[in-house]
Write a protein that binds this ligand. Structure first.
Ligand code: ZN
Length: 80
């Protein structure tokens, strides 16, 4: 079971491109590839499976859209 990883594992740059069979509480991922993604808006980077990278991307997109909308809303009301 040494190839198995879980949510507790921390990856390093050396793990990028590695293929794992992953068992999590959500289910089993086979041939899960470790990828690195960087948020273009704030530069925060995430290292992990594509499944979790997707969550990172969507999370940042939602967050930055929210913050941007908040700024526009404040400006439209005469500034903070
Ligand atoms: Zn971001």
């Amino acid at each position: 079971m040494s190839e198995d990883i879980d949510d507790e594992v921390e990856f390093t740059d050396e793990d990028i491109g590695e293929i794992f069979n992953t068992i999590t509480k959500d289910g089993v991922y086979t041939r899960a590839e470790i990828v690195k993604v960087t948020c273009p808006a704030c530069g925060e980077a995430f290292l992990g499976t594509k499944r979790h990278a997707g969550g990172f991307i969507v999370g940042h997109k939602a967050y930055h859209e929210f913050v941007n909308e908040e700024d526009v809303l404040i400006q439209s009301m005469g500034g903070a």
